[in-house]
Design a protein around this ligand. Sequence first.
Ligand SMILES: NC(=O)c1ccc[n+]([C@@H]2O[C@H](COP(=O)([O-])OP(=O)(O)OC[C@H]3O[C@@H](n4cnc5c(N)ncnc54)[C@H](O)[C@@H]3O)[C@@H](O)[C@H]2O)c1
Length: 306
Amino acid sequence: MDCNFNDRVAVVTGAGNGLGRRYALELAKRGAKVVVNDYGVSPGGTGYTDEYALKVVDEIRSAGGQAVVDCHSVSEESSAQAIIQTALDRFGRIDILINNAGFLRDKSLLKMTVDDFDAILKVHLYGPFFLARAAIPSMRQNAYGRIVMVTSTSGLYGNFGQANYDAAKLGVIGLMHAAKEEGKKYNILVNAVAPVAGSRLGAGLFPQEVMDMLKPEYVAPAVVYLCSDKCNCSGHIITAGGGYFSRDWIAEGEGYYFESKEISDDAFAEKWESITDMTRAHHYDNMMEVGMAWLAKTTAPGKKTV
Ligand SMILES: NC(=O)c1ccc[n+]([C@@H]2O[C@H](COP(=O)([O-])OP(=O)(O)OC[C@H]3O[C@@H](n4cnc5c(N)ncnc54)[C@H](O)[C@@H]3O)[C@@H](O)[C@H]2O)c1
């Protein structure tokens, strides 16, 4: 059975185009009341128009769904708070937040200006922080919340010319981790999606036939699931594109423990293979688990396994 979002209120940022538009349409189709936020900028982050958001709201309403328009920018604290206020004023609560808004300012590291770096951190990292902070009090009150951060394989693994974007997109993973820990006892689940889609930001990167294989529709099932009652995980990173879905995670290898603390340069180099071996890599749910595992590895007999 399809996920049911009746009585749920969702804020989708950057919902006037591409992936955000698709998430908003899918949630509305399943009964959610949706705040369609979009500041209406170019793929490089310039300009302003309310047309994108208005058009998506029209689409939702024409299909019988409920939606309101919001054209604030996510990049500044007060305007980001105003987006959440729109949800509270118009629908009385917020259950779902999809931190999707963004644009690109690609340049190699040496050519990147502080403004380029700043603008990308503002929209992709500060925005999600401002919005999560504004939304969580209402979610806590209702003991229910689903937050989806939008990351990127560029941030997870690195891409030429995207120092600003990579830093921001890995930054939201840190934000996800902390929000997940703090949201636990209030039933606020925080996950991330790393999409691949032939939308405006992907235009020019792929030939048309590949773009056609990468419709935003093919990413949406992951986001719908992460926003739903069916989902009970938190802290997951899901890669999604062209109908392919997988989980990414940060993992620690088994490592090597030196009994003697007098470690010579040669002794360290000699154990490099063991130190960096990932065949028995382990993922931790939080920092406490890392600490406990370290204690076990350095004090327990055997000292090697987690
Ligand atoms: N398309 C991909 O392959 C891909 C890959 C990895 C990550 N992503 C991420 O997915 C998200 C959506 O990307 P898309 O490809 O659909 O892009 P898109 O350009 O089609 O849509 C992004 C929307 O965000 C809006 N926006 C930009 N700055 C804003 C701001 N300050 N406040 C509110 N709205 C703002 C834009 O006006 C635009 O309508 C982005 O966070 C992007 O980094 C996309």
